[in-house]
Each structure stands twice: as structure tokens, then as C-alpha cells.
Design a protein around this ligand. Structure first.
Ligand SMILES: [Zn+2]
Length: 488
């Protein structure tokens, strides 16, 4: 008996020792010496330029008839006038009407070109919400070091920062080894059919295969991960796909005064509940594993302990991550019932009750796999799963986080921002990279500006803004991304 107790106690001590030991070793990987680079910029001029860009109302409206060609022409004129060095050093091709593709010839034609890109169209301001803006949405006002207006974050700041970076490089006599393309899309907010898609088509026609592309996507996040004080730069290497399904419950119908025991609506409700109870399986593997492994090294002791001992805590970690909408979306294909329809009259039983469910596909899941998953849960004699025509876009391929392109972006961020956490990430929404990825070995989605929780309401919302300092840091990082990326 005593021996048994001693053995038990020794095992517990050993187990604790292993857990704590592994936790202590779960430290950020050594970064090596990256010296910060000083780049002198005229911050006043840069902010004035973004202010001017915001004042041109290049709005992408849902209705094609509302398109204001004049504003888009004005923006293109403004680019040419404001950035004459870019126009002198590069050749410009207009595509799809209003998208600009600049080509800066490299000295080594054997190297694959690179593409740095952003979009200058913006979403409309919801009519009536103007009053909720602290400064007018198209005023471009600069107050106390902050530039206000639609596009300040999404994505005119990136377009301006890229043009400023290109200007800086041409003025300093820089000559790229790889050919560098810059493209500025005019319809990203509509899915990019005439902008990015046409650029990709054009490059393919010219037999251009890019080494990599860098488009909008993630940012350097400030204070978004509890317990992590450093800025976290997630360089997104993939974006999720999308699948919309109609779940249809059927019943005989008839007068509502004499309903059957189970109505179509009741059957549909059961199906949706079952679907929510059994999410598409996910987990910490591949890209998600890489992300959380990197970030967790900066977390508090408790969290580090969990991630350092996944052999013991994997179940617990996945439960916790699945409970939070944001991290759940990183781990798996998500399930979101969004629309419902039933009868057209209060006293008529529906013959069909329909729920529309939107799935966002994780790179590990194909459209067929999710369809099979849904069918296995809900399909029976009374319930049918319908795939609307044209629905179902797989996730993008996952780009490498060991390529020279990724390394260039990573190094540029460190040179500008100093010590930050950098990890590959997964894009939850869609970007123009869906198109550019077709002509690039690797497609990255990242803007080198800082964003905090506070800023998030600005995206497609109210009070969109960026600080002058933030815009300038973004510009410096683009300078380094292009210099490093075009020379390696
Ligand atoms: Zn955008």
C-alpha cells in the first residue's frame, strides 16, 4: 500500500515537472539580429495625399447604374499628378476601365516578378449614418494627427502608402532586380470582376507568373490577443471559401386550423438545431497550429502551459478556442444559418420551409466534404439539402510561409516595427487575392499598419480613420518590402 502511494506521488511530481518544464521551454523563437531601419519621410505631405484621396468619392455601389465614372477618372488623374516619378519610372496599363497596373522593369529578366497591390474603391456610407461620424466621411480632415474618412483603413491608406513608397524608392535611385508590379483595383468591394480579375488575365496572357503577390488582408494587431502585449502581425497565407446551402423541410401543407403533429417549420427547426450541435470537425493542424503555436509563446504562464502540453490539453484547448467566434473561425469551417422562409400567409401551412445556411470553408475542407457532412446530419425523408447553382467556392491554396517573399515581408516588418510577433494567418473574408493568386506562386494578404479593437468598427462602418504615424510606418514597411522583395 505504502509503496503504491509513493509510486503515485512520484508519478504526479514527475508529471508536474514535465508540464512545467515544457511550459518554461515554450518561448518565442530567437529572431536573430534585425536592425531597425530609419527612413525619413515627409509625413505632412503623405497625410495630405491620403486626405485628398479620401475626398474623391470612388464608391462601389451595389447597383451598377450608380457607378460614378467621373470620380474614378478624377482619382486616376490625381494619381498621375501627385506621383509623377512613378509615372516616369514605370509603364502604366489601364485594365477593366479604371484599374491601374504599373510595371517597374527589373534588371534580371530571369527572376519572376512580384506584385504589390491595393484597391481604391470604397464601400458607400449608409444613408443617414453621416451624423454618427465625428468628421464627414468624405472630408479627409486631419485633426490632431489623425486622418478621417472612408478608405482611411480600407484600402486607400495602402494605395497611398504604396505610391509614396514607390516614389521614395525612385527618388533614391533604387533599381529593382525583379520586375515589380503595382496594381490599384477599382472594384474590389464588388468582388473584383473588372479589376483584379482582369489584371490576373492580362498577366496570364503575357505569360507572367509572379513569384508572389501582396494584397490587403490582415494587419499588425494591437492588444487583440489577451495577455499578449507585443504587436501581432498575421501575414495571411490563405483565405476561406464559401458555400451556401438551402435546407428544405417538407410537409403536406393545408389549413393552419388543423395542423399535423409535425409541421415543415418544426422539422426545419430540428434540422438547424442538429446542424449547430454538430459543427464541421476542425482542430489545431497545419496553418491554425502554426498560428497558435507562435502566438501562445507570448501568452501568460497559464495559457503557455496549455499550448506547451498539447499531448495532455489538446481537447481542452480546442473546446476553449471553439467557444470564441474569432478563434473558432480559424479552426474550422463555420456554420451560419442566415435566412428563413416558410408560408406566405398566416393561416396557410407551408409545404416547404427553407433555411439558407452559409458555410465558410477552411482550407482543409472541400465543397463536397462539407456537403456530405451536412447531408449526413439533416437529410432524411422529410428534409432535403439543395445546392443553389453557382454556390460553392473552395478555400484558396495555402501559400508557403518559408518562401523568400514571406521572409521579405517578415523582415521588412521587423526592420520597421522592431520586436513584434509574426505569424502566418488565415483570412476569414474574401479579397482580390482570389484573382491574383491564380498567377502567383504565393499570395500574401497583409497591410503593414497597426489596428486595435477600436479601429474595427471603421471597416465598412463609421468613423474610419488612421493616424499619420501609422500611415507613415506603413509607408516605410512598403519601402522595405519592395526593396528586399525585389532583390532576393
Ligand atoms: Zn478592402
Amino acid at each position: 500500500m505504502r509503496t503504491a502511494l509513493v509510486v503515485l506521488a512520484a508519478s504526479v511530481v514527475l508529471l508536474l515537472g514535465v508540464i512545467v518544464g515544457r511550459t518554461i521551454l515554450h518561448q518565442p523563437e530567437a529572431i536573430g539580429n534585425v536592425e531597425t531601419v530609419t527612413i525619413d519621410l515627409d509625413e505632412d505631405a503623405i497625410s495630405r495625399h491620403l486626405s485628398e484621396a479620401i475626398q474623391i468619392k470612388t464608391v462601389s455601389y451595389q447597383r451598377q447604374d450608380d457607378f460614378q465614372a467621373r470620380e474614378f477618372e478624377a482619382f486616376i488623374d490625381w494619381v498621375k499628378k501627385t506621383y509623377p516619378e512613378v509615372n516616369d519610372a514605370m509603364t502604366l496599363t489601364r485594365l477593366g476601365g479604371y484599374t491601374l497596373l504599373y510595371r517597374w522593369e527589373g534588371s534580371d529578366p530571369d527572376l519572376k516578378p512580384i506584385l504589390v497591390t491595393g484597391h481604391y474603391d470604397v464601400v458607400p456610407v449608409i444613408p443617414g449614418s453621416e451624423k454618427q461620424w465625428q468628421y464627414p466621411p468624405f472630408g479627409g480632415e486631419i485633426v490632431d494627427g489623425v486622418i478621417w474618412g472612408r478608405g482611411a483603413l480600407d484600402d486607400k491608406s495602402a494605395v497611398v502608402a504604396q505610391l509614396e513608397a514607390a516614389t521614395y524608392l525612385t527618388q533614391s535611385g533604387f533599381a529593382p532586380k525583379r520586375t515589380v508590379y503595382f496594381s490599384f483595383g477599382h472594384d474590389e468591394e464588388l468582388g473584383g470582376p473588372n479589376g483584379a480579375a482582369k489584371v490576373a488575365e492580362y498577366l496570364a496572357d503575357q505569360d507572367v507568373q509572379l513569384a508572389w503577390s501582396l494584397d490587403e488582408g490582415s494587419f499588425l494587431f494591437d492588444g487583440m490577443l489577451p495577455g499578449v502585449e507585443e504587436l501581432i502581425a498575421t501575414i495571411n497565407v490563405a483565405e476561406k471559401g464559401s458555400l451556401t446551402l438551402n435546407i428544405v423541410a417538407k410537409s403536406a401543407g393545408g389549413h393552419s386550423s388543423m395542423p399535423p403533429r409535425r409541421t415543415a417549420v418544426g422539422i426545419l427547426a430540428e434540422a438547424i438545431t442538429a446542424l449547430e450541435a454538430k459543427p464541421v470537425p476542425g482542430g489545431l493542424s497545419g496553418l491554425s497550429e502554426q498560428m497558435f503555436d507562435t502566438a501562445s509563446r507570448y501568452m501568460s504562464f497559464g495559457n503557455r502551459m496549455l499550448f506547451a502540453n498539447r499531448w495532455l490539453f489538446d481537447g481542452l484547448i480546442e473546446n476553449r478556442l471553439s467557444d470564441v467566434a474569432f478563434s473558432n473561425a480559424m479552426l474550422r469551417t463555420t456554420t451560419a444559418p442566415t435566412m428563413l422562409s416558410g408560408s406566405v400567409k398566416v393561416n396557410v401551412l407551408p409545404i416547404e420551409a427553407v433555411a439558407t445556411v452559409n458555410f465558410r470553408l477552411h482550407p482543409r475542407d472541400s465543397v463536397e466534404r462539407v456537403l456530405d457532412h451536412v447531408k449526413s446530419i439533416v437529410e432524411n425523408a422529410d428534409v432535403e439539402v439543395r445546392l443553389p447553382r453557382g454556390s460553392g467556392v473552395a478555400a484558396s491554396p495555402v501559400s508557403s510561409w518559408e518562401s523568400t517573399g514571406y521572409r521579405a515581408v517578415e523582415r521588412a516588418v521587423r526592420e520597421t516595427y522592431g520586436e513584434v510577433v509574426i505569424t502566418p494567418g488565415l483570412m476569414i473574408g474574401g479579397t482580390d487575392s482570389r484573382h491574383y493568386g491564380k498567377v502567383a506562386d504565393d499570395a500574401y494578404r497583409f497591410n503593414p499598419m497597426t489596428v486595435s479593437q477600436n479601429d474595427l468598427t471603421g471597416f465598412h462602418g463609421t468613423n474610419e480613420k488612421i493616424s499619420v504615424a501609422n500611415l507613415a510606418q506603413g509607408t516605410r514597411t512598403y519601402v522595405r518590402i519592395v526593396s528586399l522583395g525585389s532583390m532576393e
